[in-house]
Design a protein around this ligand. Sequence first.
Ligand code: PMP
Length: 352
Amino acid sequence: MRPWEEAIRCVTPYVPGEQPKGNDLVKLNTNENPYPPSPAVLACLREMEGGILRKYPDPASAELVKALAERYGLSEDRIFVGVGSDDVLALSFLTFFNSHRPVLFPDITYSFYKVWAELFGVPYETPALDEDLRIRPEDYRRENGGVIFPNPNAPTGLYMPLDQVEEITAANQDSVVIVDEAYVDFAGPSAAELLDKYENLLVVQTFSKSRSLAGLRVGFAMGSPRLIKALNDVKYSFNSYTMNLPAQLLGAASVRDEAYFRECVERIKETRERAKERLRGLGFSFPDSQANFLFVTHPRVQAGELFEALKGEHIYVRYFNAPRLDKYLRITIGTDEEMEKLFDFLERYLGK
Ligand code: PMP
């Protein structure tokens, strides 16, 4: 080891899903939306002139914040935007989880939480999901330096009813409770409904899934003005110009096209419900996901082997080679045609 290496911050990084190249493949591995973004976004992109890249972008992303404030019925001082929800969540860890008490999140959840806790050097504890892979709200009644969980949870897809989200938030009014709603548009109501009651609640969402804009990198948080100010103070102390101007304008165009958003989300939900029936018929079992993916297991099939076999057919799904997860595959809901290709292969593979 070189002397300077002793002072390097060492972390085990988060490993994102593969981004395979090529057109002739079925990509169901990173929970992207199979449909294009709103035509309003594409029109805005075509009209954009290169000149907007010459100047620094608006550090407050005012146009996007305004569009979100109108859409969610909140004042602008209750909205924070970032470069994907990963950026918003990382900054939230840095801002709100800053004590010697452990941050709490489920043992099976978005694996980035552990990486941020380690990166920022905050202690954490991971209460286990129950045998049905559900979060037990009573596990979040112990002393902590913050709470975070996705709703729906990932990779199970299970949605927690709002009365339980409220139970966790109400029991933890001395810490910040973050609800990561990356997939909520495919599920039930958002915890944003609880924001007027709880000043310690931060609700984080993304444009990557329901708005088909994973490549644009836009995410946002909704919370009390005190939480949002704290986030902005940290952001401006780290990098003022995080979100580029095209992303701000295209993001705003997306938010303003409510009809297209609803249509796309409904289509994916319908495909998801049909996929559940087909997979059940093939002998798979899975938690009743309310997200845009299914977390499936089969009694006769080794998940790792099926993952490789699918890949051989250019069908990409996600496999987590980790305890408690390695019997499952996570399959993103694609278009009906993509799902048909998957089912065709599974029928052949299982000899049905
Ligand atoms: N939260 C959860 C639960 C996710 O699965 C993801 C997607 N990997 C994210 C947050 C981050 O998504 P993005 O940065 O694209 O908004």
